[in-house]
Design a protein around this ligand. Structure first.
Ligand SMILES: Nc1ncnc2c1ncn2[C@@H]1O[C@H](COP(=O)(O)OP(=O)(O)OP(=O)(O)O)[C@@H](O)[C@H]1O
Ligand SMILES: N[C@@H](CCO)C(=O)O
Length: 311
């Protein structure tokens, strides 16, 4: 009997303002829209990759530069033999969006291959391969998209004693309004514009924000958590890449938002609220003022607890 495995890998927001490269969460639109890529692996006499989906035209022209092809190669290398399978990528995530588009393809491809071959690799081995593949195209290894996309929930990257990432609690009643304006920001370029070194007082403040946020999550103090959602590492340098970022932050705050910031390396922004009504008002404002073209979109999301899954 022929075998076929399809995996859905969800969008994610990296950094969440306070945790540059070390914090990220998978997201799930409350509308039921599946915001992510899907990958199918099936029997074949020789390797073949088919691409489809809304953003298929934005993929590299040369199929060998498609990260899904490179994941297959890496998986074969880890298995020690060439594996003849047919893969199909449904590219539903815009590239260079700040929503972990490349992570969706990396995680979807590796999970689908691992499932198809009856799980030869464990969670840490898989995460390690995912980080390596993400690093190839984004200008440096960072796990804050691949870990939440793979494992779900809010993930803290610890990367010590053989543990890459662990889940931390989040505020279940928070809504995350995600607005992608429809323009592209390259992660590699957005990383290159950051300073190589930071002032001592900035390092101290950063430690306070990230430590305070994690503490507030564990002790269920939403007000403290909101006050800690500050980014003094990337936002001051990257906000020039986003349309009217300062004005947008001020306006959503006036509408009752608790906090807002850049999702990943942008240009998507996230806005946090604990009321659906506020989320809907923010959505309307962003639709009118933040979206730049027809490719832009907004979703009111919750944190996705499941991560990548067979569908
Ligand atoms: N299947 C794929 N999906 C997405 N990007 C791919 C894929 N294959 C190759 N690429 C290339 O990888 C690069 C991804 O760029 P980048 O990291 O800026 O996007 P991103 O993953 O959407 O960013 P972010 O993580 O901020 O959401 C692009 O150069 C793109 O052409
Ligand atoms: N932490 C990474 C995420 C990229 O999506 C960055 O901000 O560069």
């Amino acid at each position: 009997m022929s075998k076929s495995i399809k995996v859905y890998a969800p969008a994610s927001m990296a950094n969440i303002s306070v945790g540059f490269d070390i914090l990220g969460a998978a997201i799930n639109p409350i509308s039921g829209v599946m915001l992510g890529d899907s990958i199918t692996v099936e029997d074949a006499a020789q390797f073949h990759l088919t691409n489809k989906g809304q953003f298929v035209k934005k993929l590299p022209k040369d199929p060998k530069f498609n990260i899904v092809y490179q994941c297959w190669q890496r998986f074969c290398q880890a298995m020690g033999k060439e594996l003849p399978v047919a893969m199909t990528l449904e590219k539903n995530m815009p590239i260079g969006s700040g929503l972990g588009s490349s992570a969706c393809s990396v995680v979807g491809a590796l999970v689908a291959l691992n499932e198809y071959f009856n799980k030869p690799f464990n969670e840490q081995q898989m995460l390690s391969m995912m980080g390596e593949m993400e690093g190839r195209i984004s200008g440096g290894i960072h796990y804050d998209n691949v870990a939440p996309c793979y494992l779900g929930g809010m993930q803290l990257i610890v990367d010590e004693i053989g543990i890459i990432s662990q889940s931390i609690p989040h505020f279940e009643n928070w809504y995350w309004v995600m607005a992608y304006p429809g323009i592209k920001v390259s992660t590699a370029e957005a990383r290159a514009i950051l300073p190589a070194q930071y002032q001592k007082q900035d390092c101290v403040a950063h430690g306070r924000y990230v430590g305070g946020f994690i503490h507030a999550c564990y002790t269920n103090q939403p007000q403290l958590a909101v006050s800690m959602l500050q980014d003094n590492i990337a936002e001051p340098y990257r906000k020039q890449l986003l349309p009217n970022f300062d004005e947008t932050q001020t306006s959503v705050k006036r509408l009752g938002a608790l906090a807002s910031g850049i999702s990943g390396s942008g240009p998507t922004i996230f806005v946090v609220t604990d009321k659906l009504e506020t989320a809907q008002q923010v959505e309307l404002w962003l639709k009118a003022h933040y979206l730049q073209n027809d490719e832009g979109f907004i979703h009111i999301c919750k944190i996705d607890k499941q991560g990548a899954r067979v569908v």
